[in-house]
Design a protein around this ligand. Sequence first.
Ligand SMILES: [Zn+2]
Length: 497
Amino acid sequence: MKRLFAVWFALVLPLAAAAQSTTDLNQAVSSITPDDVYSRVALLAHDSMMGRDTPSPGLDLTAEYIAAEFRRIGLQPGGDNGTFIQRYPLTQIHSALEVAVEGGEDLVAGRDVVQVDGAAAQHGATGQTVLITGSGELGNRFPIAGSVVLVAANYDPERRNLTEESQRLLAAIADRDPAAVFILADYPDRIWRFFARMQRPNQVVRGYVPSSQQGPPVLAVSPSAAVELLGMAPSTDGDLAVREINGLSITVTANRTVSETSAPNVVGILEGSDPELKNEYIVYSGHMDHVGFRSGVTGDSIFNGADDNASGTVGIIELAEAYAMLEPRPKRSMIFLLVSGEERGLWGSDHFANNPSVPVEQLVANFNADMIGRNWADTIVVIGKEHSDLGATMNRVNGEHPELGMTAIDDIWPNERFYYRSDHYKFAEKGVPILFFFNGVHEDYHRASDEVEKIDAEKMSRIVKLMFYLGVEVANAPERPKWDPDSYDRIVKRVTP
Ligand SMILES: [Zn+2]
């Protein structure tokens, strides 16, 4: 239907073009409608997308949809090998761990015990059980080779690691060819919960260098499981003492496979109309990923992320569509960027900022939209105004468009440090001035109840129109945006005053 219509339209275009040579701003902006906004959010926040986790089939589907829209709109591809998709590498870790205890309770992986280092032990590692307590030099007095060694150790919350002394002792033990090593340390609850997450059977990480896949399996035991196992909390007080524990036989079966995977960003480019200024780019960005689904829960298990951040994603698509209609085009070029992995730690924006489609010096501004479909009908928080002259431009453009009924207010939650918490920050770090459009959190934030029915599409369309007028202003300005010098020192050069 669309394609046929386009052919027909192309045939009659010469006449129409003669009658009217420009598509003015108002026509372009009127393409941003509540209906469009709502139906697009409904699509991305549909259960079939399974919460758009990074990486996941639903995320890839989302990226393909956006790429197809960018192609239809007429953007140039800015991704890998002439496509709209830019992929970044991730590491998939599958791990299975079983710790069987004869003469005691088995240790449950991810609750009582986690593997922190060392190789797989597919066929079960076992040996004489040896307990090391106290502190001092190991020397070569003790029967370590072939043993399952339990070691009392100390955790230093300041270093967020074991104490240096404990680490030295563990290294000396690992060198002596034990069958397996168990670390019995006083891990604080908070740290233990973090460790336990690392033992999930399937996980994906970015920038992960697997710890040594050689040497004996090294496992950490939770403080309560250590007491359970030994009937006491092992201590590092006193001189180093080693004793064999008969009647307690431990077998470790550890399996870890590490494989490569990847996740998508989507990049579309609209070339500017000015022969010089078209070499400068404004980046509109939003994250298309969310947090996926939870298995084993009753009720709604899919986190659809309608506000977070189907809303911002749709805003960027609507902006691309409106800009592509403008004739003549804005002087500077535009990059429309949808990233993934935001919820995992700004993965996609970090990758793009380090591997941009054009040199990073040519990026003059970033406007990021993350959660723009909820809360007040007449207000949008614009974070980062004080850090560059984009703030003054924003306020001026806002004043010129009272018909939108939308006020772009300053950051009202500075203590939450939202400036550092979404994708724009990766651009700021690289010296690109930013503004961040954000309606604030709400009771459905990161819950299964963040659904399309709660999106205020009418309000959202007015925010997107405001973002459009702002971009036109910055794209056509004689000078590129400028940082506030103090902010630049602090945020980009990281000079502390
Ligand atoms: Zn978000």
